[in-house]
Design a protein around this ligand. Structure first.
Ligand code: RIB
Ligand code: CA
Length: 317
């Protein structure tokens, strides 16, 4: 099977960790690099976490490069202390780092992978989009080597403010660059990720699979789900970031609509909001052409999502 090369840009983060594991288990994908961005925790912590997750999965040959320690123009708002804990990956026991961080910065590693790849690369952006925006701004010539950009972020609801989801809120200028870069964007926003949840019973089935990484994923969910049950009152643990990987390997389980999305930068109440036009108002009202720049995911077959997730974790040994 021809594998799609991917770069995962992330801020581990429990759900980032599960997204990485799902990508590792997917024979359709090949992780060429993991780059880190400050978000859930500081750049030091999320970089350390990314290496420890790959060490846990015994994948010591995937380069991890450290990226932006703060957003493009705004101050960093660390988003994960309440949700992911002080380390950014509280809960499961993690191994020490089994390898050192790349000498290259995230941007340099992204450029290297794109320049060397024979195939077009898919970028999976599951934290604030600072690194991805920097790549698009500084090396627009490399857009020809990018297949699409699959992000977790945004939505028609918020989870950091009433209007804004955290990844977009953390660096709205970067997100605006990504949505307007002209490449296909797949948006796993809260409209779909809040439906992609794992129940307690399903998490026990995951743990019961018995292999080390299924147990590890179940322990990630044990910790990560506390916030979703106690604060958000959800019926399960929402797997935000894994949606951005799952849609690449199981697109058929998602409902989506091709539409225009842009990002608010200046709203007193709405900064960081993804403005999702599912109606094409400008076209209907004024006949203006609307740029359907985004595949907006609006639903998922939750049971199939969970079954595929458990199947992927079971494959990891
Ligand atoms: O709002 C959810 C997003 O913020 C996820 O990517 C999670 O890891 C945090 O970064
Ligand atoms: Ca994340």
């Amino acid at each position: 099977m021809k594998k799609t090369p991917i770069i995962i840009d992330c801020d581990p983060g429990h759900d980032d960790a599960m997204a990485i594991l799902w990508a590792l288990a997917s024979e359709e994908l090949e992780i060429k690099a993991v780059t880190t961005v400050a978000g859930n925790q500081t750049i030091e912590k999320v970089t350390n976490n990314a290496i420890r997750v790959l060490t846990k999965a015994r994948k010591l040959n995937i380069p991890v490069a450290r990226g932006a320690q703060e957003p493009m123009v705004r101050k960093l708002v660390v988003g994960g202390a309440l949700v992911h804990g002080d380390s950014g990956l509280e809960g499961p026991k993690l191994p020490e780092c089994g390898f050192t961080v790349s000498e290259l910065r995230a941007l340099e590693l992204m450029v290297k992978v794109l320049e060397e790849s024979q195939e077009k690369v898919t970028i999976v952006g599951i934290g604030p989009l600072t690194n991805v925006a920097e790549l698009l701004i500084t090396r627009p010539d490399l857009k020809t080597k990018i297949n699409e950009i699959s992000i977790m972020g945004g939505g028609t609801v918020g989870n950091w403010t009433p209007a804004a989801e955290y990844n977009i809120f953390a660096d709205p200028e970067a997100a605006k660059v990504v949505f307007n870069c002209g490449l296909p964007v797949i948006m796993s926003g809260l409209d779909v990720t809040q439906k992609a949840y794992v129940t307690r019973e399903e998490n026990e089935r995951l743990r019961g699979q018995g292999n080390e990484l299924s147990v590890f994923a179940a322990e990630l969910i044990d910790y990560f789900s506390k916030y979703h049950y106690e604060v958000e009152g959800f019926p399960g643990c929402t797997l935000h970031d894994p949606c951005a990987v799952a849609v690449l390997v199981h697109p058929e389980i998602f409902d989506s609509k091709q539409c225009h999305v842009d990002v608010e930068l200046n709203g007193e109440l709405t900064t960081g909001m993804t403005v999702v036009d599912t109606i094409d108002y400008q076209k209907k009202l004024f006949g203006k052409e609307v740029n359907h720049n985004t595949k907006f995911l609006c639903g998922v077959d939750r049971e199939k999502f969970v079954e595929y997730f458990l199947e992927a974790m079971k494959k990891l040994n």
